[in-house]
Design a protein around this ligand. Structure first.
Ligand SMILES: Nc1ncnc2c1ncn2[C@@H]1O[C@H](COP(=O)(O)OP(=O)(O)OP(=O)(O)O)[C@@H](O)[C@H]1O
Length: 585
């Protein structure tokens, strides 16, 4: 069967939890046995108490009992069997659903870690919302499939056969007696429904929070990678993930408890029918056949809990979802470190681009034979028309992408041979869109350096001129910014992003259009912040802003096929097509 095979996507976790799933399957087989035993009290009543057949063999110990006593015994046995059946159902649901939720928790964590380490080329194609839906809804459907396969198939088949047999005959006269339990059942059902709904809603709320946090982290994957904070992101995700597990397990418990309660009530109804109906048979006012049919019919009211048709739908959905989950888990695209990769040099001499060629798409070159040297301590401004590849230059320095041809060197060492995290630790990155997290101002600044103390954060804030507006926020540095820092102006957000770069103490600062779309006053504040914050560091800044370009030692123009380089003050143009690098590599 195609769908179950495709569920192997959850394989490693399923294997890990196979003892629990095997236990659930064993319980299911036991439950089927109990289900098969359940008509026997009826047979005892019909054949021996009512039909007068002698009690021989295993039943000989009951030989001295009066028919009415035998009926009572049969009713009690029926209740006991139903209680056992209900308890087995409770255990099956808890064991199987509990194992499934744990498998889901592990599957989600593996997928998330996988996504966090995939290359940005892959993230460029995969929309974060799509990824969230795969992580949540699709994993959920795979789990539905695992549970349905373990617990539903066998009992559903037995139930179906049972209902067909019981419906062979029909008499409604005793049905009313059996239905006396229905008002109680209905009252309990209404109360239970409210409980189940509340538990499910709590679980959905946690799932929503998980989706929100995940979208936030995935949207900020560049920052997470650039600042080497993958562990922090995975930790935050794990907390939310655990909250979902707890909420889901609670919902499972509430749901599972309901099944035996309903079963017991229906069994009492059936027992009532058995006793009263049996007494009526003894009085001669009811036939044995009528009694059998009504008892069986009552039981069948609750039997079709899960239909075989529903199982095939669940498996079909699970199969489709498993394919989408597998696409994430088995995606090979990643910027990888070679075995024995080095620690990146400290950036004491320079960074260089040597004959660099790069393309995002196979047929669209962005950089071709690009050469640039930036000496340690120098501030270089990269200008040029939109779309020429200025931001791309910064991405290549961070090794967010690997170059197609040529080399990017730090102190003469090719970054391709260095561990990604160590390369990224050499740079403090202020992206065009200052990615702010749904956290406080201080937490957003400290994102640039996990080891930063409160004093470091405050000093970075001072240097980046966050202090200038922090007093207007209700809780100062402890003000929560909301998703994407929506509570701040563009200039304020940029200054927080600059403070984040300052606190990292990386030797080189990369700034991508830090004054873009700001009014002159905000732009001036940001330029001031940059000047203070980047003192004594190597800087590469991308900008269209003349005032900002004026703080650079040198301006490099990425203009069309021509690459030109000129000092900012006074402007002299140099042809950058001649290779500027020449050291080790
Ligand atoms: N993730 C991506 N996938 C495919 N193409 C991309 C991607 N990012 C950028 N590009 C393309 O690469 C080229 C260079 O983009 P880049 O952002 O580096 O330009 P830019 O000079 O910084 O532009 P701007 O000044 O508008 O920010 C553009 O043509 C852009 O469409």
């Amino acid at each position: 069967m195609k769908a179950p095979l495709s569920l192997s996507v959850a394989g490693p976790s399923v294997r890990q939890h196979s003892p629990a799933l095997a236990a659930a399957a064993t319980l299911v087989v036991l439950q089927v046995g109990v289900t098969l035993l359940r008509p026997w009290p009826l047979a005892l009543a019909v054949d021996h108490a009512l039909g007068g057949r002698p009690l021989t063999g295993r039943l000989s110990s009951l030989a001295g009992m009066e028919p009415a006593e035998l009926l009572m015994l049969a009713g009690a046995a029926s209740i006991v069997l139903t209680v056992v059946d209900g308890l087995l159902e409770l255990m099956i649901l808890q064991v199987a659903e509990g194992a499934a939720e744990r498998i889901g928790t592990e599957l989600r964590a593996t997928m998330f870690e996988r996504a966090m380490t995939r290359s940005l080329r892959w993230h460029d194609r995969m929309r974060s919302g799509e990824l969230v839906s795969r992580l949540t809804t699709d994993v959920g459907r795979v789990l539905d499939g695992v549970v349905a396969l373990t617990t539903s198939f066998l009992p559903d088949a037995v139930t179906l056969v049972g209902v067909l047999v019981l419906l062979l005959a029909f008499d409604p006269s005793l049905l009313l007696i059996g239905l006396t339990v229905v008002p109680v059942l209905a009252g309990l059902a209404v109360r239970q429904r409210a409980r189940i709904r509340a538990a499910q809603q709590a679980a959905r709320t946690e799932s929503g929070r998980l989706a929100g946090a995940t979208t936030d982290l995935l949207r900020n994957v560049r920052a997470v990678q650039a600042f080497g904070r993958i562990d922090h992101a995975c930790g935050e995700f794990a907390d939310r993930n655990r909250a979902v597990l707890e909420a889901e397990l609670k919902a499972v418990r509430v749901d599972a408890r309901w099944t035996p309660v309903a079963d017991i009530l229906l069994a009492i109804g059936s027992a009532l029918v058995l006793v009263v109906g049996g007494l009526s048979v003894l009085d001669g006012t009811l036939t044995v056949g009528e009694l059998l049919v009504v008892s069986s019919y009552l039981r069948s009211l609750y039997a079709p809990v899960r239909g075989l048709t529903r199982l095939s739908a669940v498996l079909a959905k699970a199969g489709a979802s498993a394919t989408r989950v597998r696409e994430v888990l088995e995606c090979p695209e990643a910027v990888t470190d070679r075995a024995g990769a080095w620690v990146a040099p400290p950036l004491a001499q320079d960074v260089r681009f040597e004959k660099v060629g790069f393309r995002y798409e196979p047929d669209q070159p962005v950089l071709d034979n690009f050469n640039l040297r930036i000496a340690a301590g120098e501030t270089v401004c990269l200008i040029g028309p939109s779309g020429m590849g200025k931001s791309t230059v910064l991405h290549l320095l961070l090794r967010l992408y690997d170059v197609n041809t040529g080399r990017v060197l730090i102190d003469g060492v090719n970054v391709r041979y260095c561990r990604q995290l160590t390369v990224r630790s050499r740079f403090a990155y202020v992206p065009q869109d200052p990615w702010l997290l749904d956290a406080t101002v201080a937490e957003n600044i400290a994102f640039g350096n996990p080891a930063a103390t409160r004093a470091d954060v405050l000093e970075a804030g001072r240097n980046a001129q966050v202090d200038e507006f922090i007093g207007r926020l209700p809780h100062g540095y402890d003000t929560s910014l909301g998703e994407s820092g929506i509570r701040l102006s563009g200039g304020q957000r940029r200054r927080i992003a600059i403070a984040r770069a300052v606190v990292s103490y990386a030797p080189m600062v990369l700034l991508d259009e830090p004054t873009a779309s700001l009014d002159p006053r905000s732009a001036a504040a940001v330029v001031n912040a940059i000047q203070t914050a980047t003192a004594h560091r190597t800087v590469l800044l991308v900008t269209h802003d003349r005032d900002l370009a004026a703080i650079a030692d040198r301006v490099v123009s990425l203009a069309g096929p021509e690459l030109r380089d000129r000092p900012a003050k006074p402007p002299i143009v140099t042809d950058l097509r001649q290779t500027t690098a020449g050291g080790r590599g």
